[in-house]
Ligand binder design. Structure first.
Ligand SMILES: [Fe+2]
Ligand SMILES: [Fe+2]
Length: 197
């Protein structure tokens, strides 16, 4: 899928999703990079970003359970501040509007997208609080049991959100989005990454 180098040629499942989770075999405190060429296959790119979010959620759960690795926590904070926020923009400003244009009434896409956007708002508000807790932990402070609960609840929120997007949203997109809408999405993904340099 995404990975720096270890699972970039893992097999695809029936629905086009890659089968192996690199976090199961790699460093549990690392978040993979996305293969450069995957941006030309934008739905696979979004799926690969979900894989990275799953890795981040697993790290949050390790921290909630008392684990700590300085480099990993620093990377996690950067991921949440930059990559995770950018993914939400990718979806709300690119993927969701393009998908909505291509869907049919029977897809009932509007309530699904409305739910996902609401969940993004929760991600943003909970995420800021969790980042503050991670920075506190990084500064050498212990974190309370209630803070640990807050961190694991955020991880669970991330996991359930990406599960819905992988299991419901991406399969609809694979059927409905045509070559032109996929190209437009790919262009938007590239522009958002060029603009920040
Ligand atoms: Fe999302
Ligand atoms: Fe997503």
């Amino acid at each position: 899928m995404t990975v720096s180098n270890e699972n970039s040629d893992e097999p695809l499942g029936d629905d086009g999703e890659r089968l192996l989770e690199s976090s199961a075999i790699g460093d549990p405190w690392a978040i993979d990079k996305i293969e450069a060429g995957l941006i030309d296959v934008p739905l696979e790119f979004i799926f690969a970003d979900h894989h990275r979010q799953r890795q981040a959620a697993l790290m949050l759960n390790m921290i909630a359970a008392g684990g700590f690795e300085e480099r990993g926590v620093r990377n996690l904070i950067r991921f949440l501040k930059e990559d995770f926020a950018r993914h939400i923009a990718d979806e709300e400003l690119g993927f969701f509007p393009l998908l909505r244009e291509r869907c049919l009434p029977e897809d009932k896409i509007d309530p699904l997208i409305a739910r996902l956007v609401d969940e993004h708002k929760d991600d943003e508000s909970c995420g800021d609080a969790v980042i503050a807790l991670l920075e506190k932990r990084l500064a050498g402070h212990e974190i309370s049991n209630s803070a640990r609960g807050q961190i694991s609840a955020f991880a669970e929120h991330i996991l359930q959100h990406l599960a819905v997007e992988n299991a419901v949203l991406l399969p609809i997109a694979r059927v409905r989005m045509d070559a032109a809408s996929l190209k437009a999405l790919s262009t938007m993904l590239k522009e958002r990454r060029t603009a920040r340099k």
